[in-house]
Write a protein that binds this ligand. Structure first.
Ligand SMILES: [Zn+2]
Length: 243
């Protein structure tokens, strides 16, 4: 996971249709909060707003075409997903706990809550959004989000390397938040570890060539340097391995 810098200006669809839809949901909630809290009524979210092409394109560009959590470049064979950092429809504190309703409906079209991620990370994360103090969770648009201390690392707000580091192809946590993030999103799932190992073996080879000072040294050195660029797949692992 690497730090992500979203463009400051949200795509216009979020500012017009997204804002209108948010206001309508907030009014509906205020009119009948009890039935939304019980799940008798559920919000219908408009995929054409939060996953609009302009939103996806802007996120993909700022994320170098990679998943915000696992750094996989998977758009060549899957669509990927727009991730709501705070889940929009329902939310739960732990893997074995029940969903609480409603979710963070008022953030469904909020630019600061949107990220692009791969299908695997999206499914693993699901409605999970653990907090340090679950009792302080914002349950509707009147509550204060600043009272929450999320346990998942938000790559658009903080430096992931302060919580997550690599030992070879395996991610380790430096903090409790790092551990929750690895476990909750499945950042050491077998297929992902296998893909990282493949990349690591290439880096290892290149590193030996550089150290051995052969004819291929300058080309290998260039490739090693490139592997740490933010646009490269698994760049956080490459950085931890090489530096
Ligand atoms: Zn992913």
């Amino acid at each position: 996971m690497i730090r992500i810098y979203r463009p400051g200006k949200p795509p216009s669809i979020l500012l017009n249709k997204g804002e209108q839809s948010k206001q309508a949901m907030c009014r509906s909630y205020d009119n009948d909060s009890r039935s939304y809290d019980s799940g008798d009524q559920k919000f219908a979210f408009c995929k054409n707003i939060h996953s609009h092409k302009s939103v996806k394109d802007a996120l993909l560009k700022s994320q170098h075409g990679k998943c915000c959590y696992c750094e996989s470049k998977s758009t060549h064979n899957t669509f990927g997903a727009i991730d709501h950092f705070r889940p929009k429809g329902a939310v739960k504190q732990g893997l074995n706990e029940d969903d609480q309703l409603p979710g963070y409906y008022w953030l469904a079209y909020d630019w600061s809550n949107l990220l692009f991620c791969c299908d695997r990370c999206n499914v693993s994360k699901g409605t999970l959004f653990p907090l340090e103090e679950p009792a302080k969770r914002a349950r509707n648009h009147h509550d204060d989000l600043n009272a929450e201390s999320p346990l998942f690392v938000d790559p658009s707000q903080e430096r992931p390397e302060e919580h997550l580091r690599f030992h070879k192809e395996v991610i380790h946590s430096l903090t409790e938040r790092g551990k929750k993030t690895i476990d909750g999103i499945g950042l050491n799932r077998p297929h992902l570890v296998e893909a990282r190992l493949k990349r690591l073996r290439i880096l290892e080879c290149l590193k030996y060539i550089v150290l051995a000072d052969t004819d291929h040294q300058s080309e290998a050195e260039k490739l090693l340097g490139e592997s740490k660029r933010p646009c490269e797949e698994f760049s956080a692992m490459a950085r931890d391995f090489l530096d």
